[in-house]
Design a binder for this molecule. Structure first.
Ligand SMILES: *Cc1c(COP(=O)(O)O)cnc(C)c1O
Length: 404
């Protein structure tokens, strides 16, 4: 008899977004005429920009002619995309990353989940609390998290609370972790990290031999010129960090799928190059991102593509401003929304996250995400996203504000 991976049995039942969907559909069934606005799930709504669409159309034409047809591509991405990434995202910021340190993929979610393959299942893992659930659940599946307790915490994970008091950047934990997940600008809190803050983590990781798994899926939303877009802007990071990037939020690729991971060649543990291990893992288990999609992604780096994606990001960040200022003027305590498309709002009157979620759903017809769904320290907060249309966002804020 085939035995299953019993770690899957330890995962808590209802995933955050399915519980939200359940509550929304129950409400919708009882109130069929109510129009509901979602500022909940972190998915984009604006279409692909013209530069990307044109590049993908052209690529389809290439695929349809015998002379230009493409089969399997290079393992780690086509040169035209990898070089565009190196030049525009790293060299342009004075960061020394070479083409063979960039691995193009179909998503940062899969990459930050799959990266666990190259690490021992005995490693101690530290995560921020609240956190993007993928880091936690994938380590639970691999057996690194231990048992899920009644307090909502996994027995073997090191939780690093990110609270208003510490500006949503964690303190160095008491127990020394081997793998440290950091995400800036942050989902869900909308916080950004300064170079000084990241330097503390880089120095710590280098001193202890830990590896930082740095998710910068939202770097394109940074507006403050002082803030780092990449952990590799920090001296010493090439010896202790792996960075995950994605075109999902930057350029509306959530349904198109293209991302990349940077593993520096200087990064070694037990004398082994992690760049080599990740390359081996990817070429064995992954057959590449579609040519058509990589052509679309490369078009983001043309002059037209840059201009068009910038204008979509500005559009979302204007929504963020509307949410942040609207709630703040109504007396809410709000965080984020300046360098990230997320607003992290304190619930009023000490309401729990889920109670405030229900109140906004039932009284304002607005869907949010309860902070408690991202970890125990998210209790007492809700997350709002800036990814809706400007019109719906404005309406949702008016409806929420009118309740107070
Ligand atoms: C949306 C998101 C990603 C991107 O995932 P893709 O698989 O590239 O769509 C990665 N990390 C975080 C924290 C996110 O919110």
């Amino acid at each position: 008899m085939a035995r299953i991976n019993e770690n899957f049995n330890k995962l808590p039942g209802s995933y955050l977004f399915s519980e939200i969907a359940k509550r929304v559909s129950a409400y919708r069934a009882e109130n069929p005429d109510r129009d509901i606005i979602s500022l909940g799930i972190g998915d984009v709504t604006q279409p692909l920009v013209p530069a990307v669409v044109k590049a993908m159309h052209d690529a389809v034409d290439e695929m349809s002619a015998k002379e230009t047809f493409k089969g399997y591509g290079p393992d780690h991405g086509y040169d035209f995309l990898v070089n565009a990434i190196v030049d525009n995202e790293f060299a342009a910021r004075g960061i020394d990353i070479s083409a063979d340190e960039v691995f193009v993929s179909d998503g940062a979610k899969s990459d930050c989940a799959n990266i666990g393959d190259i690490f021992s299942t005995d490693n101690v893992v530290a995560v921020c609390d609240p956190v993007y659930p993928v880091y936690v659940d994938t380590n639970a599946m691999a057996g690194r998290a231990g048992e899920f307790g009644a307090d909502g915490r996994w027995s073997k994970l090191v939780y690093m609370p990110c609270t208003a008091e510490n500006g949503f950047t964690p303190a160095i934990p008491e127990k020394t972790p081997d793998m440290i997940y950091l995400c800036y600008p942050n989902n869900p809190t909308g916080a950004a990290a300064t170079k000084e803050q990241l330097k503390v983590w880089v120095d710590y990781a280098n001193k202890n031999g830990s590896v930082i798994l740095y998710d910068s899926a939202y770097e394109a939303f940074i507006s403050d010129p002082e803030l780092p877009h990449s952990i590799f802007e920090i001296e010493g990071a090439e010896e202790c960090a792996i960075e995950f990037r994605s075109f999902s939020k930057t350029a509306g690729f959530t349904g198109t799928r293209c991302a990349y991971t940077v593993v520096p060649k200087e990064l070694k543990r037990e004398g082994v190059s992690l760049n080599k291990l990740w390359g081996r893992r990817q070429s064995t288990k992954f057959n590449g991102t579609p040519y058509i999609v990589q052509r679309g992604a490369a078009a983001i780096f043309t002059e037209q593509g840059k201009r068009e994606t910038r204008s979509v990001i500005d559009y979302y960040m204007n929504n963020a401003k509307v949410i942040r200022e609207g709630l703040s003027n109504a007396g809410f305590t709000v965080y984020g929304g300046m360098n990230a498309p997320y607003i992290w709002a304190k619930t009023p009157d000490g309401l729990s996250s889920w109670d405030f979620f229900d109140k906004l759903l039932k009284e304002a017809g607005v869907v949010t995400t309860p902070g408690a769904g991202f970890g125990p320290s998210g209790e007492g907060y809700i997350r709002l996203t800036a990814f809706g249309s400007a019109e719906a966002t404005g309406q949702a804020v008016e409806r929420i504000v009118s309740l107070f």
